[in-house]
Design a binder for this molecule. Structure first.
Ligand SMILES: C[S@@+](CC[C@H](N)C(=O)[O-])C[C@H]1O[C@@H](n2cnc3c(N)ncnc32)[C@H](O)[C@@H]1O
Length: 240
């Protein structure tokens, strides 16, 4: 029976795919992947491009998830994409859906899975986890995301940042994702929150690619603003 598999392809380095992900991708009839617009590349697809064996004639389908906060627009795209995915599986094809990092952290897969399990209950769905960007980053800069009794907050930077100062008071480690274009504001708020100046401050951009950037200093040393302007950026601050 055909099935749908959501696959985390890790942070960008093809060597950080799991063996299980590689096998599922190679066995798939159809490879689906997200892109923000028709003329934009799919980052998730680019990670696995070396695995595609042209002689197998696997169908590649790019699904459009626009970068918008408009709930109606988003929900319309989730519905359309879930339908495309479900119909392909119901036609007897084994479909994999690729997502950057892990499928259950800020991923389009979450909405696909929710819609398909609710509206197409006969479809068998499974998920293969992927290496999460923040852990890739931790291993590259050599900082622990949590140890002992430490509390960690994961914060998406592109939404309301009003709670950052309060969260900063109650956490030892703050991880900011989504997206680097908001990090100047985040840094300003962290400094205003009284987060200690000697805290470890690390920022990473385009991890796992050949244009990766990583910087590590203390929060007090950050004074030049605009350390990254890219969506694919991560910022970690940690009390020492
Ligand atoms: C939509 S979220 C997806 C998170 C992903 N599912 C994960 O497990 O890491 C996209 C955000 O993840 C972070 N991210 C994912 N991959 C990254 C990479 N290769 N380099 C830097 N940041 C990355 C960035 O903060 C980006 O804005």
């Amino acid at each position: 029976m055909a099935q749908l598999i959501g696959i985390g392809v890790g942070p960008g380095d093809p060597d950080l795919l799991t063996v299980k992900a590689v096998k599922a991708i190679q066995d798939a009839d159809v490879i689906m992947c997200p892109a923000s617009a028709e003329d934009r590349p799919s980052i998730a697809l680019s990670v696995i491009s070396s695995l595609i064996d042209k002689s197998k004639n696997q169908e590649i389908v790019k699904l459009i998830f626009p970068m918008t906060k408009d709930k109606d627009v988003l929900e319309a795209h989730w519905k359309t994409n879930a339908k495309i995915m479900a119909e392909k599986v119901l036609s007897g094809k084994n479909v994999v859906y690729l997502t950057v990092g892990d499928p259950y952290l800020y991923s389009t897969w979450i909405y696909m899975h929710r819609d398909i399990s609710a509206n197409y209950p006969d479809i068998k769905i499974s998920v293969i986890p992927g290496i999460v960007s923040m852990f890739t980053f931790a291993s590259k800069v050599g900082i622990s995301i949590a140890e002992g009794a430490e509390k960690v907050a994961i914060i998406p930077s592109c939404y309301d940042l009003n709670s950052v100062k309060e969260i900063a008071k109650h956490s030892e480690v703050l991880v900011f994702l989504k997206d680097g274009r908001y990090f100047d504001k985040v840094i300003e708020l962290l400094k205003e929150s009284g987060f200690p100046g000697n805290s470890i401050f690390a920022i990473g951009q385009d991890l796992g690619t050949d244009h990766e950037i990583i910087r590590k200093m203390t929060l007090g040393e950050v004074n030049d603003g605009t350390l990254t302007t890219k969506y694919f950026s991560i910022l970690v601050v940690k009390r020492v």
